[in-house]
Design a protein around this ligand. Sequence first.
Ligand SMILES: [Zn+2]
Length: 124
Amino acid sequence: MICLNCGCQLDLEVKFCPHCGAPTKMSDENNVGEITIIREKKVFGFAIGFEAYVDDTKLGSLPNNSTLSCHVPYGTHEIKLTSTEKDVIQDIELNENQRNVEVHIIPKMGLLAAKPFIQEIKYK
Ligand SMILES: [Zn+2]
């Protein structure tokens, strides 16, 4: 997220810019949704670690059978899943009719190891 007032790069979920104090899009709770990334429990590929990013900010690691989530303002957001193989990138759009999204991922066999595969995207 970028500050609309001073243009500096902001962390996810901040309501006010730490540099100039301007409110961000997150300060209006009527225009905020939630992204949840769910890694399903799978026996195959369970040891391969995935990392999840939203808008280039690292959300965290996604071991087998785990969930990460964050709040974001309405708009288009980029989800990136990384592993030892090629990154998986997916744009999602949140708005008043689809406030929340669940991204379900599973490991899928790549050339050398398992890589994240988006099995389903559920808007709510
Ligand atoms: Zn600012």
